[in-house]
Design a protein around this ligand. Structure first.
Ligand code: SF4
Ligand code: SF4
Length: 704
């Protein structure tokens, strides 16, 4: 017997014709869906042409094929999805090979390759990947049905909503695929059970099933009848699945990989400029049609995995925000206004001319965001929550729709150049209390221009660390200077609040003033200033080497310019600031500094790219409390996390805003006396044996 099988064995000619008609219907329904999706995306704003298309495709292929993003922080689910992905892909490719043989290679080219060793290898390959598909589906079913992690329960932090349709959709998707795999194996088993040729042992699972059926007396003509029925059931379900892809949860199979390829690799890290000559109607996102086509596409890529929901510090501590729900709300609005549902008139519909804010997105949801990037960083399909939120905020700010406290702070920054409303000349006052002179870099050159930032310049608690850092630099012989009253708030959080006009004003002034100075590189201890100077100022002509003080301190320790006089011997934990870590990937230098000065570092469970925001970012430090319930605030939750490690001396930070947030949180969380806060510079200073300076800079010196 030849080692092969016949595709349409036992089917009369009319049935084969019917099969091809069904294929045509399925493909037509699929293509109609793709057309409607494309039409929806085309209603979004256009984007500049993509750079490096080849690199983008290769990068997306690597991410999708390795499941590198899907596996992160949930290896079980990642491997389950990997098995489903490759199982489906191989079975789909196997069907394609068969169609190529039957419909082109043999009738057109006279080439029959579907027999012998090729057929045996094909059978084995498809059998193994069919089992992988079933195993992956079972993993996902156990995850959803038995383990039931919170991120999959669809509970919203901001409102009650019946979301059983989401649960039903998830199970329908799993069930569809499972039924497809099951009928595929049954079909194979019945086919083999008819006469059980030995070579079919190359399909080991089908062979087991076939022999099992035969053992139960289901062989010969009975098995052949069962095969025919299963053939139709399996075939129709498979065609139904293909047709359903653009209309169901399966749409992520199309939109996900495309979104990974077209997304902005620096999404959130470098926010988009306003379009040149933007009118009020062009500022930010107000309507669904304001979203860029890529952002509209990304909404369809969401698999509802809930990873962003779980990672979000706002959601975790009771703020009315879940990045997953924000994306799903926008998707519902886009679908109801421009999508397939709108085309079919199936509710709920959304008026394309109706504002997004208030319905479905509430303003307090947008103002709850700390811009920590935890959502963007963990999303397996590369959705850009942070730029989307900023665009929605931009429209609100443009209309003056923001809370009075935020509005006042922005006005204060505009008037005084800092968020404290202090006179400009007070910015460099801290330097006057040092026992040496700090260069005015506007007047004399220096190797390093130290951009100090608002909090490190003006917040009384932060001055200890600022003056400590100055003394360390002096001790190491670093040639540095500051801008004194010419420095302004760098604008990182102003931009993330959505006040793009003020940001550009601050940036323009800082670029102009810094450009007039003579220096080699910029130093800052403020991760927010560090971030925007390094990543967003170059677009306005400010291209300089920018280092964070943790990086410079490490450099000074490694080159022997600083030598600790004693090993610190303290047990500490370290908090990664979002703008230093997730935004810029600076994770190791602060840790290496701690190691170099002899501190024993104990990591909190959430560290490095899984760090937990202090709650200050994205301008939240300038807004009133939006949190519901009396659970801990983000900074308090973080202090609880540190104290739970037991026996720590210090909670170490290297961000001035963290100094403010955590000094307060230690008191309000009830852990005063259990742990103390230290800025990294303060510990380095201590290790050098230099005594702390008694700062007087925070004392009022009368009106300037
Ligand atoms: S940026 Fe942070 S706070 Fe904002 S939605 Fe994302 S995870 Fe939540
Ligand atoms: S936005 Fe991304 S991380 Fe969040 S639920 Fe959707 S796919 Fe998952």
């Amino acid at each position: 017997m030849s080692e092969t099988r016949e595709s349409f064995a036992g089917l009369p000619e009319w049935a084969v014709v019917l099969w091809y008609v069904l294929i045509a219907v399925s493909v037509a329904v699929f293509l109609a869906g793709v057309f409607l999706l494309r039409r929806k995306y085309a209603r979004g704003r256009s984007l500049a042409p993509f750079d490096r298309p080849g690199t983008r495709v290769l990068r997306a292929a690597r991410i999708v094929l390795t499941h590198a993003w899907i596996r992160r922080r949930d290896t079980g689910a990642g491997l389950g999805h990997l098995a489903i992905f490759y199982g489906f892909l191989v079975l789909f490719a196997g069907t394609g090979i068969l169609a190529f043989q039957d419909d082109f290679a043999e009738p057109v080219l006279g080439w029959d390759f579907f027999h012998g060793p090729f057929y045996l290898g094909y059978s084995l390959f498809l059998d193994v990947f069919g089992v992988a598909l079933v195993a992956g589906l079972l993993v996902m079913a156990v995850k959803r049905g038995l383990q039931r992690p919170r991120r999959l329960d669809y509970a919203r932090p901001d409102r009650d909503e019946d979301r059983r349709r989401y649960v039903a959709g998830d199970w329908a998707f799993l069930g569809f695929l499972f039924f497809l795999a099951l009928t595929g194996f049954l079909l194979e088993g019945f086919r083999i059970a008819v006469d059980r040729p030995d070579f079919e042992a190359w399909a080991p699972f089908g062979w087991l099933l076939g022999n099992g059926f035969a053992g139960l007396g289901l062989d010969g003509a009975a098995a052949d009848d069962a095969r025919l029925v299963t053939w139709w059931v399996h075939g129709v379900v498979a065609l139904g699945f293909v047709a359903s892809i653009p209309y169901t949860k399966a749409v992520h199979m199309l939109a996900g990989p495309v979104n990974v390829a077209v997304r902005d690799e620096r999404a959130g890290r470098r926010l988009p400029e306003l379009p040149a000559g933007a009118k009020a109607a062009d500022v930010g996102y107000g309507l669904v049609t304001d979203l860029s086509w890529q952002h509209l596409l990304s909404l369809d890529a969401c698999t509802k995995c809930g990873k962003c929901h779980e990672a979000c510090p706002a959601n975790a501590t009771g703020y009315p925000l879940s990045p997953r729900d924000l994306i799903l709300d926008l998707r519902e609005a886009a679908e109801g206004a421009l999508g397939i549902r709108a085309a079919m008139g199936v509710g709920p519909l959304h008026d394309a001319d109706a504002t997004l804010v208030a319905n479905p997105i509430r303003p307090e949801t947008l103002w709850s965001c700390m811009q920590c990037m935890a959502c963007v960083e963990i999303c397996p399909v590369g959705i850009e929550h942070v730029p989307i939120i900023v665009e929605l905020r931009r429209r609100l700010v443009d209309r003056g729709e923001m809370e009075p406290l935020l509005q006042t702070t922005l006005e204060t920054i505009y008037d005084s150049g800092n968020s404290f409303g202090e006179p400009k000349r007070k910015r460099g006052r801290w330097a006057k209390d040092l026992p040496f002179e700090v260069k005015d870099i506007r007047k004399e050159p220096a190797e390093i221009l130290w951009f100090v930032g608002d909090y490190a310049s003006l917040d009384p608690r932060n001055l200890r660390a600022t003056q400590g850092l100055a003394r360390i630099l002096r001790e190491a012989g670093v040639d540095f200077g500051i801008l004194y009253d010419a420095e302004q708030n760098a604008g990182c959080d102003v931009r993330r609040v959505g006040e793009e006009g003020l940001y550009q004003h601050l940036r323009e002034q800082n670029v102009e003033r810094i450009s007039q100075c003579d220096f080699e590189r910029i130093l800052t201890s403020d991760p927010h200033s560090f971030h925007t100077l390094r990543n967003e100022y170059p677009e306005a002509g400010g291209e300089w080497e920018v280092v964070h003080h943790s990086q410079l301190l490490l450099e000074l320790l490694e080159t022997g310019k600083l030598t600790p006089a004693k090993r610190l011997g303290a047990r500490v934990t370290y908090h990664d600031p979002c703008t230093l870590g997730r935004y810029n990937g600076v994770y190791e230098p602060p840790r290496q500094v701690l190691e170099a000065i002899g501190a024993e570092l104990v990591e909190m469970p959430r560290n490095r790219d899984n760090s937990f925001c202090c709650g200050a970012g994205g301008g939240r430090i300038w807004m009133s409390e939006l949190k519901a319930g009396d659970g801990p605030r983000p900074a308090e939750a973080r202090i609880h996390e540190a104290v739970a490690l037991g026996g720590l001396d210090y909670f170490v930070v290297c961000c001035p805003k963290d100094v403010t947030m955590y000094e307060d949180a230690i008191k309000t969380s009830g852990h005063q006396g259990a742990i103390e806060l230290r800025e990294l510079s303060e510990l380095v200073l201590e290790s050098l044996g230099l005594p702390p300076l008694v700062a007087a800079a925070d004392e009022e010196e009368g009106e300037e």
